[in-house]
Design a protein around this ligand. Structure first.
Ligand code: MRU
Length: 361
């Protein structure tokens, strides 16, 4: 499908960013959106590593899903017995874990793949190398299927905080493109639309990689949602006009104390929301909550190449040689977070205590 074809009418089904295609992984190249809709056939773990690193696939849950398939692609041709396959699973998972540092879903998915192999061998459920490889593909499919249901549940819980006629501001892309389906922050918007609610969305364009304009505005427009694109520096103006009743964003990692890492610029949006008395909600699956990271200060923040900042509109937009700082994420302190919306329900402060309870349920 080309974008022109997509533009001629609403897409019948939302675009799936990661799809298993029998013998390969078909990955929607998100760098090319919205101008081109291109699916890349990936056949090796190296392909998947590159795709994650270069943001062809991005968004915390989608990265985890792609990496899980990457483990299978990395071991499917491994020769030897089940123990040799298990060792290769660990090697490939550890390799894929070096692709990006911030989204904990990547490590969560890879740990789950390793644990599955471990459990099958330790439990004596298989001693067969072929069966172990097949189990890796099944597990990756399972992670993807669970994510779809998880996102739907996040949407249901988020709806309890919203109302017909609500204006929502979001930052970056935490939609269907970033997950198996629905998204996290965008899930309630899709569910609200299904229920006939009138919802207006303001999408921050999200400098420097423009996930908000290229991806969020694109997927909401495709779904027929009332979306208005704004530059990041317009968020305060839009809030001051009374057009926003809730901010909802996704996250790449929630620390044990409720501090939230998300796309650079999120912190500023949270401060603006507080200044305007607007609730600031974070939507994420439990797989994004990292109780092993005590506070936001310990979350590793990816820094990306300077050309993301010095170039735009197909040309250089900054003087050659200028110093550049380009963190891909920032941390919003938990004091600014009104609630964290998960598949198990809505969590409010004190986060240290209440996030822990979520895992005990
Ligand atoms: O650099 P990206 O595009 O991978 O960053 C994505 C985000 O910051 C999303 O908000 C986050 O991963 C949540 S996706 C449901």
């Amino acid at each position: 499908m080309t974008t022109d074809a997509a533009r001629s009418g609403l897409a019948e089904t939302p675009l799936q960013s990661v799809a298993w295609a029998g013998d390969r992984l078909d990955l929607l190249d998100q760098r090319l959106l919205p101008e081109q809709i291109v699916f890349l056939p990936l056949t090796t773990a190296e392909d998947v590593w590159e795709a994650i690193r270069q943001l062809k696939v991005r968004g915390a849950p989608a990265i985890g899903i792609a990496a899980a398939y990457g483990v299978y692609l990395g071991v499917r041709n491994t020769e030897g017995d089940a123990e040799q396959v298990r060792a290769e699973i660990v090697r490939q998972a550890d390799y894929l874990a070096t692709s990006r540092p911030t989204a904990v879903n990547l490590f969560w998915a890879l740990d789950r793949m390793k644990a599955k192999a471990e459990a099958l061998l330790a439990g004596g459920q298989t001693t067969d190398a072929a069966a172990l490889k097949a189990a890796m593909l099944d597990e990756a499919k399972q992670i993807q299927a669970e994510d779809e249901e998880t996102c739907r549940l996040i949407g249901e819980h988020a709806l309890t905080l919203l109302h017909d006629g609500v204006g929502i501001l979001t930052h970056c892309n935490a939609g269907g493109l970033a997950t198996a389906k629905y998204g996290t922050a965008l899930a309630p918007i899709y569910l609200a639309k299904e229920r006939g609610w009138d919802v207006k969305v303001f999408a921050d364009e999200t400098r420097p990689v423009l996930q908000g304009s290229r991806l969020t505005a694109f997927e909401l427009q495709q779904a027929g949602v009332d979306v208005t694109l704004i530059c990041d520096n317009m968020a305060g103006m839009v809030m001051s006009k009374g057009w926003v009743q809730a901010v909802i964003v996704g996250t790449d990692r929630v620390a044990a104390n409720g501090d939230v890492a998300n796309k650079i610029g999120t912190y500023g949006v949270a401060v603006l929301a507080k200044a305007h008395g607007i609730p600031f909600y974070v939507a994420c699956p439990l797989s994004t909550i990292d109780l092993n990271t005590p506070t936001g200060a310990e979350i590793p923040i990816e820094e990306r190449g300077e050309e993301e900042v010095t170039h735009g509109f197909g040309k250089r937009t900054a003087p050659a040689g200028v110093k550049v700082y380009n963190p891909a994420f920032d941390v919003t302190p938990h004091e600014y977070v009104s609630a964290i919306i998960t598949e198990k329900g809505v969590v409010t402060a004190p986060y240290g205590e209440n996030l822990r309870k979520l895992f005990a349920k």
